[in-house]
Design a protein around this ligand. Structure first.
Ligand code: SF4
Length: 318
């Protein structure tokens, strides 16, 4: 069988993960082992590779039992409590918090300081329990509402200031829809407060070109906090998935960015298959002469895409 196989040139680790993995490897080149607080990347094969070099994944409870050790903080970032614990236990941190996440943490803390005095709410569009989200919520002592969809906005008081942020790896389209819904709710709340008979008629989406502030009242603000690399990858993957007959999407099943990007590819190309490891590859899905695109999440190392490419080339030869 002949297949025209191409690896997506934009796929592979994002900068934040590249930086964390490089720092872990460079430390392990000259030391016996290194603790990582949580999985350095949501990809079991890459974790296995690093574990062979001496990386040991620990959780917060295990970290609490360490004294005078070196611990890596991954790109997702951590809440202030982790830094306090490190200080208490005299741990040295190799802090690989992605600069983009760090900026977002600081921005949330600063906005919260401002709006909490006016009875406002910080809302984070993200996956509950995700490490990055925990780190963000921790910046403001847990005083944020985390929502995974518009259905969860009901308890939020839009008659007071609301500041909306997104986890860096969320789907830009979903975030835009959530912003539109929040704008509509903010306008309704304002209308109710003003006794405005027009309440509820304006869905807010009509003004979404200016999707940052409810300009009438300034009570609702949405911050553009999806990582630019993630947003760019969404755009390029739409094109990549649509221009191949079959898409092989490589990612660990625990990667939230992986789930989002897989669904995006699938929406463009129904012949999209999730391949976490080589054993998952089903050769019966290919037809002679088809073009096959190999791509992955921000947590998928490039070597894994190349490995699949070589494996597939080899299989179709025989
Ligand atoms: S996705 Fe973006 S923000 Fe998140 S770690 Fe990677 S580069 Fe940083």
């Amino acid at each position: 069988m002949k297949l025209n196989i191409e690896i997506d040139s934009d796929s592979g680790f994002c900068n934040g993960v590249v930086r964390a993995v490089k720092r872990a490897e460079s430390y392990l080149d000259s030391h016996y082992g290194l603790y990582s607080l949580g999985a350095i990347v949501h990809n079991s094969q890459e974790i296995e590779r690093l574990q062979k070099k001496g990386l040991q994944i620990i959780d917060a409870e295990q970290m609490a039992d360490l004294q005078n050790e070196v611990v890596l903080v991954r790109a997702h970032g951590e809440p202030p409590a982790t830094y306090a614990l490190a200080q208490k236990n005299e741990l040295r941190l190799i802090d690989c918090t992605c600069p983009v996440v760090l900026r977002l943490q600081k921005q949330i803390a600063s906005v919260y300081k401002e709006i909490s005095q006016q009875g406002g709410t910080v809302v984070i569009f993200g996956k509950k329990g995700h490490a990055e989200v925990n780190g963000l919520v921790g910046q403001i002592g847990g005083n944020a509402v985390v929502v995974e969809s518009a259905d969860e906005l009901d308890g939020i008081d839009f008659s007071h200031p609301v500041a909306l942020f997104s986890q860096t790896t969320k789907d830009p389209e979903e975030y835009a829809m959530l912003i539109a819904e929040c704008k509509a709710r903010s306008k309704r709340a304002k209308g109710e407060a003003d006794g405005d008979g027009e309440t509820g008629k304006d869905g807010g989406a009509g003004e979404s070109g200016k999707a940052d502030v409810d300009g009438d009242s300034g009570r609702f603000r949405a911050y553009d906090t999806i990582c630019k690399q993630v947003a760019a990858r969404h755009k390029s993957l739409v094109k990549f998935a649509a221009t191949h007959d079959v898409i092989l999407f490589v990612s660990g099943h625990e990667s939230s960015n992986g789930k989002v990007l897989f669904n995006l590819c699938k929406s463009q190309n129904p012949k999209t298959y999730w391949v976490e490891n080589l054993e998952m590859l089903n050769l019966s899905v290919f037809k002679d002469g088809e073009s096959v695109g190999i791509c992955g999440a921000t947590s998928t190392p490039h070597w894994q895409l190349e490995e699949l490419y070589i494996y597939l080339q080899d299989k179709i030869k025989n």
